[in-house]
Design a protein around this ligand. Sequence first.
Ligand code: IDP
Length: 138
Amino acid sequence: MAIEKTYLMIKPDGVKRQVIGDIVDRFERRGFELKAAKLIVPSREVAEAHYAEHADKPFFGELVDFITSGPVFAMVWEGESVISLARIMMGATKPSESLPGTIRGDYAVTISENVIHGSDSPASAEREINLWFGGELA
Ligand code: IDP
């Protein structure tokens, strides 16, 4: 058990569908604290760095096109075990496995446009917070 920080991002489909408020509300109600947030259109460079682990996948180009297609809502959240608990609240990547009650289970039906990203480990969280917020965080 540890107080952690994680990087969460509402993707362009979630911003367009105006579900930022609901998603922020879910994490606040759970007891997590919002430490930083900004609405930005990601550059291709940042998007490619963010998804570098998928660079050799056939869907990489489509993924970068999608994530740079409009504003995303980039956030840093803090709290007890927030990295793994946020992943559970998000729901699984595959629509057939994301359960009702989770963010993806409530809002998404495709694997590509799935509303939210969340860091999957402490190392990813540190890397992604640095990538998206750099020195902006105290
Ligand atoms: P995660 O977002 O649940 O951590 P990852 O496997 O890390 O899932 O994939 C990153 C993102 O890449 C997914 O959220 C989704 O938007 C996209 N993605 C993953 N698999 C596919 C696919 O087979 N086709 C299109 N997009 C995909």
